[in-house]
Design a protein around this ligand. Structure first.
Ligand SMILES: Nc1ncnc2c1ncn2[C@@H]1O[C@H](COP(=O)(O)OP(=O)(O)OP(=O)(O)O)[C@@H](O)[C@H]1O
Ligand code: SF4
Ligand SMILES: [Mg+2]
Length: 331
């Protein structure tokens, strides 16, 4: 069963007085129990999609979609408060800047206990006791690999390291027992050991609790071994999506292939706006988007026909948008 179903999501934002399509007909479907990777270079619109899903975009921006449902319920037509309740109950988000999303004036322990729902406490018929929440909070910290729970609980956000913060955010995400965790680039800037701990943790959460995860990253190497499905985003457009193994074996879109070819150099966490080793140039700014296929100016396979936006094509469960896909003799 699909949890989230987004079809043709378009977001227009005003940049320096000009309306531009920061997201253009994006499709994204997340199934129950699935780890879904959303990848693309810095600036491709990954975080905008996350914010669009949870309704955290500025009101003045224009958002449209043919379909945007959560477990069959239309997110676009429901009231803001109904949507907030739904998101709070079912979806946990680990935002890209985790420290920024924590309250700097409260200890981590206070913040974690606050988010544990009363219904999780065993003493359901009484007012859930503080000690019961304390016990659950410690259990959560241990589950995400934070051993020194005392130190963590009494620390303020600025007193912990980035990787402990990221583990803590996962504990926060698990506390509300969601159906979907959205992790927006949780391993950016981490060294390899901390990165692999986070990846293992999320994989375990997926396997043990059957939780769906939308794993947003520009780090294809990190997620290619854990994700079941992948959507590739370029410059606000979803250019290819499909089963992870299938995409790794036979990517059809030149951009996906370029990401795969560049993967080893991603080990060092490329800074934003870096060049891909296998593609010329960098991602264009929103004010200077090319007409037609947005990859056109950088694409080694581009031809005249590419000034027309390529339609979404489908081969079994593999979707791509390109006039001249790779391996097309084998499709
Ligand atoms: N508040 C904003 N105002 C204007 N432009 C914005 C705003 N937020 C994002 N953008 C632009 O939208 C585009 C997509 O941004 P987004 O943050 O979604 O990229 P991203 O794929 O998450 O990148 P990264 O990997 O660096 O996190 C970028 O060109 C960015 O400059
Ligand atoms: S449509 Fe053309 S420019 Fe776009 S990715 Fe395909 S070949 Fe390249
Ligand atoms: Mg981002």
């Amino acid at each position: 069963m699909n949890l989230l179903d987004i079809k043709n999501l378009t977001l227009e934002i005003d940049v320096a007085g000009q309306w531009v399509k920061a997201l253009d007909k994006v499709n994204l479907v997340i199934f129950e129990g699935q780890i879904h990777a959303l990848v693309g270079e810095s600036g491709s619109g990954k975080s905008l999609i996350v914010k669009a899903i949870v309704g955290a975009l500025p009101q003045r921006w224009r958002i449209t979609a043919d379909r945007m449902t959560w477990r069959g319920q239309n997110l676009l037509t429901m009231s803001a408060s109904a949507r907030r309740d739904l998101i709070r109950n079912d979806i946990s988000v680990i935002f890209q800047n985790p420290k920024g999303s924590l309250d700097p004036l409260l200890t981590l322990g206070e913040q974690l206990k606050e988010i544990i729902p009363d219904s999780s406490c065993e003493a359901k018929w009484f007012w859930p006791s503080r000690s019961e929440k304390q016990r659950l909070a410690i259990e959560l910290l241990h589950r995400v690999g934070i051993k020194d729970h005392d130190l963590c609980m009494r620390s303020y956000p600025h007193q912990i390291s980035n990787d402990v913060c990221q583990k803590f955010m996962i504990a926060m995400a698990l506390a509300s027992e969601p159906k979907l965790i959205i992790a927006d680039d949780p391993t950016r800037g981490m060294e390899i050991t901390a990165k692999s701990q986070i990846l293992k943790l999320l994989t375990r959460v997926n396997q043990v609790r059957k939780l769906s995860i939308l794993f947003v990253s520009h780090d294809l190497l990190a997620i290619s071994s854990m994700a079941h499905y992948m959507t590739v985003l370029y410059c606000g457009q979803s250019v290819e999506s499909g089963n992870m193994l299938q995409l790794k074996k036979r990517a059809l879109h030149p951009y996906t292939q370029a990401l795969l070819d560049s993967a080893p150099s991603f080990r060092k966490d490329l800074p934003p706006k870096s060049t891909l080793s296998s593609l010329d140039g960098t991602i264009p700014t929103l004010q200077h988007l090319p007409t037609g296929c947005r990859l056109g100016p950088r694409c080694p396979r581009a031809r005249r026909e590419c000034v027309v936006v390529p339609a979404v094509r489908r081969v079994h469960e593999h979707y791509y948008s390109c006039h001249f896909p790779l391996h097309w003799d084998k499709i």
